[in-house]
Write a protein that binds this ligand. Structure first.
Ligand code: NDP
Length: 243
């Protein structure tokens, strides 16, 4: 694997909007070979077309289904012969106080934010261990460091992603695989749209209006971690709006 981004084969989950989409744009501009996953295939196809990627670069993927995530990763290896990076980015954030008992929202967060990341690891590791190179980038959050009222389940999934990533880091050293956790602060994306409680959604929208950073801030963190020399493993990045 070279130091630069150019030519690296990168799989991105949750590439149909927000941080994943912004990262796809950034990495495409630096010459990465991208394979994009999400459920909204029309959005992926439009993005792939805009970035000049082959049609096969857009793969309809629900990360709650391990087989679909495997198919996404295998599509990258079939097309390019290898996978250099997986960005396990798909996620949702339906905040609510626990007393409201939004069990369906809790289940979705665990399935997408935690199990989806696990399935990405499961799909990429066989290729990366065989290659003896690779880079697994998992998206956590400031909420993975700090819990607030209303964010308990989301924060729990994001803290779990950090713990999982640290365990992974230690296990994959023999295979020359790098692991990075990126914990963004507020970025205005479609993420608050996943909130099912109107009063909670309003509070989050108001907060984002005041404090949010552009999605490109996240994309440049991904690019930074990817473009380090191969013997440098950026394990964790936590960033927030300066304000
Ligand atoms: P968006 O809602 O804009 O994007 C979320 C992406 O995840 C979409 O592409 C969506 O695609 C995808 N997704 C959701 N569910 C599934 C699923 N079951 N299978 C596959 N893909 C899925 O939000 P962001 O870009 O902000 O979120 C990206 C990541 O960043 C998340 O993990 C989030 O928790 C994290 N994050 C975001 C912050 C922010 O302020 N924006 C702050 C901290 C962390 P589709 O619906 O087409 O499947």
């Amino acid at each position: 694997m070279s130091n630069s981004i150019h030519g690296k084969v990168v799989v991105i989950t949750g590439a149909s909007s927000g941080l994943g989409e912004a990262t796809a744009r950034h990495l495409a501009s630096e010459g990465a070979k991208l394979v994009l996953g999400a459920r909204r295939l029309d959005r992926l196809q439009a993005l792939a077309g805009e970035l000049g990627l082959p049609a096969a670069a857009a793969v309809e993927t629900d990360v709650t289904d391990a087989e679909q995530v495997k198919r996404l990763v295998d599509a990258a290896v079939a097309a390019h012969g290898r996978i250099d990076v997986i960005l396990n980015n798909a996620g949702l954030m339906p905040h609510s106080p626990l007393e409201r008992g939004k069990i369906a929202d809790w289940d979705r967060m665990i399935d997408v934010n935690l199990k989806g990341v696990l399935y990405g690891i499961a799909a990429a590791l066989p290729h990366m261990t065989r290659q003896k190179s690779g880079h697994i980038i998992n998206v956590s959050s400031v909420a993975g460091h700090k819990v607030r009222p209303g964010s308990a389940v989301y924060a729990a999934t994001k803290a779990a992603v950090r713990m999982l990533s640290e365990g992974l880091r230690q296990e994959v050293k023999p295979y020359n695989i790098r692991t990075t956790i990126i914990s963004p602060g507020a970025v205005p994306t479609e993420l608050p749209d996943s909130i099912t409680e109107p009063d909670v959604a309003k509070g989050i929208h108001d907060f984002y209006e005041q404090f949010a950073l552009p999605a490109e801030s996240f994309a440049s963190m991904v690019a930074f971690a990817m473009s380090q020399p191969e013997d440098v493993d950026i394990n964790e990045i936590l960033f927030r709006p300066t304000r």
